[in-house]
Design a protein around this ligand. Structure first.
Ligand code: F6P
Length: 347
């Protein structure tokens, strides 16, 4: 048997641990392994497929990024895209594919599965927004980066008695902001799931000053839409090109920058902005990301070996559980009110 491994969408720390897990299990079973280069792009045109060997996956556990490369290419936007992708895999003798990715990559995997090709997914996204699963590769590391940044920003904010606005990733959800903000002791966390007005932000800052707290740390998720920050943000959005999955680059909307400007205008408090950007996606994965990426990578190969397809191993109640690919992409998982309200205790 020969399995293929592909990583798609934005990179995330822990992808290499998953590649290693899937490949090493395959070698243990006497299978051959093909690495697909640059996500779905490597299965279009003439294809870009290489043999993976025990040597090629050696030493990659602690590495960020992905040794296979990635892209946001969407075969479903190409004429006969799914048929061509399947034909290329078959032409390379690949009997089943491990597709490691978020909702975009996994939606292509589900379409291939519907077309009858054996695909197993592995959940990856620093946004942590896949349904059902308690774990997505990269989220834990991204949160760690946010926490380290907030720890550092606290000392300089306190020294200068400033307001620090920190913009974090997360696309349309607030998981990175919420969990990172709570763990890093942010005073206010603004996420897409729960709206906050500029007046409420200003009131919050005045209240803190009134209580003798002469600095503040505000975390804002890149996907927040605050009417008072328009039109700057809306203009940036309108000018943006969409990728093949229909996403704009939310970072270019600059909500953090717009918020810090408005805060300074309205309060006169000295305010600075830090946009964490792709720092949240780079570097070495945490132990949690390494272990779970490894477990799920190994499980993915086991599923293909057992003739299971159209499924994805996920973490549920702390265990590896198998669900259908469609289940994890059926909706965007959002931050629940209970978690959000916890942040109100610490403002
Ligand atoms: O989906 C992961 C993510 O990092 C989002 O949080 C962010 O909006 C987006 O990808 C950034 O994408 P790119 O790498 O194309 O700038």
């Amino acid at each position: 048997m020969r399995i293929g491994i592909l990583t798609g969408g934005g990179d995330a720390p822990g992808l290499n641990a998953a590649i290693r897990g899937a490949a090493r299990r395959a070698f243990q079973k006497g299978f051959q392994v093909s690495g697909i280069r640059n996500g779905w792009a490597g299965l279009l045109g003439r294809g870009d497929v290489e043999d993976l060997t025990p040597t090629s996956v050696r030493g990659i556990l602690p590495l960020g990024g992905t040794i296979l490369g990635t892209s946001r290419t969407n075969p479903m936007k190409e004429k006969d895209g799914i048929t061509r992708v399947v034909a290329l895999l078959q032409a390379n003798g690949v009997d089943g594919l491990v597709a490691i990715g978020g909702d975009d990559t996994l939606s292509v995997a589900a379409a291939m599965s519907d077309a009858g090709y054996p695909v197993v997914g592995v959940p990856k996204t620093i946004d942590n927004d896949l349904a059902v699963t308690e774990f997505c590769i990269g989220f834990d590391t991204a949160v760690g980066v946010v926490v380290e940044a907030l720890d550092r920003l606290h000392t300089t904010a306190s020294a200068h008695h400033r307001v620090m606005v920190v913009e974090v990733m997360g696309r349309d959800t607030g998981w990175v902001g919420m969990v990172g903000g709570l763990a890093g002791g942010a005073d206010l966390i603004i996420i897409p799931e729960f709206s906050v007005s500029l007046d409420q932000v200003v009131e919050h800052l005045h209240r803190r000053r009134g209580e003798g707290k002469d600095f503040s740390i505000i975390v804002i998720a890149e996907g927040v839409r605050m009417p008072e920050l328009e039109p700057a943000v809306a203009a940036a959005a309108a000018a943006e090109k969409r990728d093949a999955f229909g996403h704009i680059q939310l970072a270019k909307q600059g909500v953090g920058d717009a918020l810090s400007t408005r805060i300074e205008d309205k309060t006169g408090f000295e305010t600075r902005v830090t946009v964490l950007g792709h720092l949240q996606r780079g570097g070495s994965p945490t132990p949690v990301d390494r272990i779970w990426a490894t477990r799920l990578g190994v499980a993915a190969t086991d599923l293909l070996a057992a003739g299971r397809a159209g499924v994805i191993p996920i973490r549920q109640n702390g265990e590896v559980t198998i669900v259908s690919l469609r289940e994890v992409i059926k909706e965007t998982r959002r931050v629940p009110r209970e978690l959000y309200e916890l942040s109100g205790v610490f403002g």
